[in-house]
Structure formats: structure tokens, C-alpha cells
Design a protein around this ligand. Structure first.
Ligand code: HEM
Length: 236
């Protein structure tokens, strides 16, 4: 007779936990100590691999959220966007953990990276592919609802669902901007700000890309509201 701790799922692994999560394969994806040039390669690989998984999840949720927006399913889109934002928070935490990598140790890790560069991160590439369609789906929704951003933000109780959605889109955009700042400071801390990356990109180039925003209209409406409220002296 099969006991409750006996595996019933197909596949390799001694337990259903290992079979379902495919832990044998997952835990074989990092270098063994014998193959490492420096022991911190495990830290470096774990952080990048885990981040790719979180971004895979985030993009999966955003893709469904885009379809939801086109079908006027605001509640579902907002819920999935919240989850996608939480996934980006995990990437933030993981990125900051690399602050524990000492500069000289990193150069031993770096000697193993070839031409590997974050520019080729599938997760970040996908984020940059799916965010413009997310913005377009939101803009089209506002048009269908005949609501301006100014009215949405002035009369948020009359547009409660749309307001929640807009705020989750702000979360997404802000997380992406903040991540670039975190990453740049990490890079300056580990290799310095006046050097060249593994694909030949000067670190200063990262500084020029810091403020890329996808939901500019959501940022701009804040300026318009402040002006309308009359609580701030006129800016430049
Ligand atoms: C020791 C830590 C790190 C260093 C020294 C570093 C260094 C760099 C450098 C120099 C670049 C410029 C491109 C090039 O490689 O030539 C870059 C780009 C990039 N890195 Fe990192 N990085 C680190 C950690 C991370 C982490 C943890 C992630 C993701 C979780 C990441 C993701 C990226 C991405 C997405 C880009 C492209 C940025 C953009 O499109 O503006 N990096 N990194």
C-alpha cells in the first residue's frame, strides 16, 4: 500500500516535493565548489538566476493583465499587477544583496563571465518589451471610459477601480526607475563609476539611462495637480 509520504508523481526525485519542483535540475544549475574560481560565484549565480525567475513571473502576470485590460477586467488586471510589482521587489532585494560582494572578490567572479552582461538578461528584455503594450492598453481603457487622468486623480472615489489600477502602474514604473538607481550604485560600489563593463559599455552610460519612464502621463499629472492645487510656487 502507498503511504502518504511515498511519491505518486512521475519524474526523477525521491519525493513528490522534489519531483514537482524539479529540485534535482534546479540545484544542479549552479557551479560546484570544484568548478568555482571564487566561492562567491554561488552568491552571484543565485542572485541572477533567482532574479530571472522573479522577472519571468512578473512578465507572465503583466501579459495576462494586458489581456484583462483589453477585455475591461480591471479587478483582475490590478490584482495581477500587484503581484508583478511584488515580484520586482524580490529583484530589488536580490540586487541589494550583491552589496555584500567585496570588490576584489568580484574580479575573480568577473573573470568567469565572458562577455556576459545584464543587457542580455531575458527578464529585463521582456520587461522592456511588455511595458509599452501595458501603457497602450491603459491609455485605450481611459479613452473607452472617457476619463482624463486629471479627473481620475481629482475624483478618485468616482473612479475607484481605475484609480487603483493607475496606482499599480505607477508602482511598476517607479520600481523600474528605482531598480536602475540601485543597480548603478551597486555597480559603482563594486567596480567603480569610471570603468568599462563586460560588453564594453562605460558605466556612465548606465547613469544616462536612469530616468527612463514608460508612464510619463501618470508622472505628469502630479505636476498638473500640484499646479491646480496652487500650493506650490511656480517651478522653472
Ligand atoms: C556585482 C554586481 C554587478 C555589476 C558589477 C554589474 C555591472 C554592470 C555593468 C557594467 C553594466 C553595463 C553593461 C555591461 O555589462 O557592459 C550592467 C548592466 C546591467 N546589469 Fe548589472 N551588474 C551587477 C549586478 C546586476 C544584477 C544583480 C542584475 C539583475 C538582477 C543586473 C542586471 C543588469 C541589467 C538589466 C543591465 C542593463 C541595464 C540597462 O538596460 O540599463 N546587474 N551591469
Amino acid at each position: 500500500m502507498t503511504g502518504l509520504s511515498d511519491p505518486i508523481l512521475p519524474g526523477p526525485g525521491g519525493t513528490d516535493y522534489e519531483r514537482y519542483l524539479r529540485t534535482d535540475e534546479l540545484l544542479a544549475l549552479q557551479k560546484t565548489p570544484a568548478d568555482m574560481a571564487h566561492r562567491d560565484e554561488l552568491l552571484f549565480q543565485t542572485i541572477h538566476q533567482a532574479s530571472e525567475l522573479w522577472m519571468k513571473l512578473a512578465c507572465f502576470e503583466v501579459e495576462t493583465a494586458i489581456a484583462d485590460l483589453h477585455a475591461d477586467r480591471l479587478g483582475s488586471a490590478t490584482r495581477l499587477l500587484r503581484r508583478a510589482v511584488t515580484a520586482l521587489d524580490q529583484v530589488h532585494n536580490a540586487t541589494m544583496m550583491l552589496e555584500q560582494l567585496a570588490p576584489w572578490d568580484y574580479h575573480r567572479v568577473r573573470s568567469q563571465l565572458g562577455h556576459g552582461s545584464g543587457f542580455d538578461s531575458p527578464g529585463f528584455r521582456r520587461i522592456h518589451e511588455i511595458t509599452p503594450p501595458l501603457e497602450q492598453a491603459f491609455t485605450a481603457l481611459l479613452t473607452r471610459c472617457s476619463v482624463s487622468l486629471r479627473d481620475l486623480y481629482r475624483e478618485r472615489d468616482s473612479h475607484a477601480e481605475l484609480f487603483e489600477l493607475a496606482e499599480r502602474l505607477m508602482d511598476w514604473d517607479q520600481r523600474l526607475v528605482v531598480w536602475r538607481h540601485l543597480h548603478l550604485k551597486l555597480v559603482e560600489r563594486v567596480i567603480g563609476g569610471q570603468v568599462i563593463g563586460t560588453q564594453g559599455t562605460p558605466v556612465e552610460v548606465l547613469a544616462r539611462r536612469l530616468d527612463l519612464r514608460y508612464f510619463q502621463a501618470l508622472w505628469d499629472v502630479r505636476n498638473a495637480l500640484t499646479e491646480e492645487a496652487g500650493t506650490s510656487p511656480k517651478g522653472p
